[in-house]
Write a protein that binds this ligand. Structure first.
Ligand SMILES: *Cc1c(COP(=O)(O)O)cnc(C)c1O
Length: 366
């Protein structure tokens, strides 16, 4: 008997999250994990490292609350937004009894965290217009504790419609918690739903420093919610979830200087996004460019596999979504700095010249 047979049945059967680092790859242009292209500058001071850190570092909590426009008692800081997702499930769902609801294609960790916690999953795919299927979700509200929505959605880039969300929050009052994952909201801050927290204690918003703040390496995320919800999560979180050096870096990133660097970065990446999108829609090998509210753009190619292979040969690592329902031939490209985007476009131009497409006569005839 293998010692692995001692593990829980769900863990033995589990396919772990295929994180960018787990998949690996070889190349010099990394556009597969929606990271920022350049590192954030910081300093660390080591005189307190003999002490356990604060469970919820006050400076980080207070600055994030001010930045997000909520009170400090509406903020929980965690080891990335991924830990926030798992904490929500562990706090609100009983193993073998409760379920969460997700709308695929969407971020993979909602399902994986539910599985590792022994919690069921109700899947209601996005509609043809890539919105949550509001009537279908409303029908299942008595079966689920948590509804996970992602806005902008990873990987499709769409925002969740505000009207539909408000109607759902009304229907879900005192029945279910609606989590809106705003990992990419800095790229379209006007679309945040944080203002709805004041009216809906069953709304929870998750955020991260991993994307626009260029700090994926420190693993720091946030949950924004009703003080009662935050207090529940704080009972479940580990005693010292945020290492002292991480708290120091996060506080610097959330200082006025850090925030203005973040906003400059967002402006530059949004500019690069507009440029590459304008190129993409003209290329013969491109079939469809999806919505682009985050720091990435999902593209459906005529032949996704050949694009992925050509990129790989050029040392450019992208993320393939072609096996996901409704996303055949689709590849997600993280927006990087100009040199990286130029490298992507060069590969695609060469491909378009070599493989004329019936759908784009102009390009095909060049
Ligand atoms: C990247 C990402 C996360 C994870 O954020 P971390 O803070 O790095 O754990 C959560 N949700 C979505 C939609 C993401 O794309």
């Amino acid at each position: 008997m293998s010692i692995a047979n001692l593990a829980r049945r769900v863990v033995r059967a589990l396919t772990p999250y295929q994180s960018a680092r787990r998949i690996g790859g070889q190349g010099h242009v990394w556009l597969n994990a929606n990271e920022a292209p350049l590192a954030y500058p910081f300093t660390i001071e080591g005189s307190r490292l003999n002490r356990y850190p604060e469970c919820q570092p006050a400076e980080v909590v207070n600055s994030y609350a001010a930045y997000a426009g909520v009170n400090p008692d509406q903020v929980l800081v965690s080891r990335g937004a991924d830990e926030a997702i798992e904490l929500l499930i562990r706090t609100f769902c009983d193993a073998g009894e409760d379920q969460i609801l997700i709308c695929p294609p969407t971020y993979g960790m909602y399902a994986i965290s539910a599985e590792t916690c022994g919690v069921g999953i109700v899947e209601l795919p996005l509609t043809a217009s890539r919105q949550p299927d509001w009537p279908a979700i409303a029908d299942r509200l008595s079966d689920v504790k948590l509804v996970f929505l992602c806005s902008p959605n990873n990987p499709t880039g769409d925002l969740v419609g505000r009207k539909g969300l408000i109607a759902l929050l009304e229907k879900a009052r005192e029945r279910a918690i609606v989590v809106v994952d705003e990992a990419y909201i800095e790229f379209c801050p006007e679309s945040s739903v944080v203002d709805l927290l004041a009216q809906y204690p069953n709304l929870v918003v998750t955020r991260t420093l991993s994307k626009a703040f260029a700090l994926a390496g420190i693993r720091c995320g946030f949950t924004l919610g009703d003080p009662e919800v935050i207090a529940m999560l704080a009972k479940v979180i580990a005693p010292y979830p945020i290492p002292e050096p991480i708290a120091q870096i996060a506080a610097q990133a959330l200082s006025p200087m850090g925030l203005s660097l973040m906003q400059e970065r967002v402006q530059e990446l949004n500019k690069q996004k507009a440029l590459i999108k304008a190129e993409l829609i003209r290329l013969a090998c491109v079939k469809e460019v999806f919505e682009d509210k985050g720091n990435f753009v999902l593209v459906r190619f005529n032949d996704g596999a050949s694009v992925f292979a050509a990129m790989k040969a050029a040392g450019i690592i992208l993320r393939d979504f072609s096996t996901k329902p409704g996303l055949d031939n689709s590849i997600r490209i993280t927006i990087g700095y100009q040199g990286e985007m130029d490298a992507v476009i060069k590969v695609l131009r060469d491909l378009s010249l070599n493989t004329p497409s019936a759908s784009n006569q102009t390009a095909a005839s060049i």
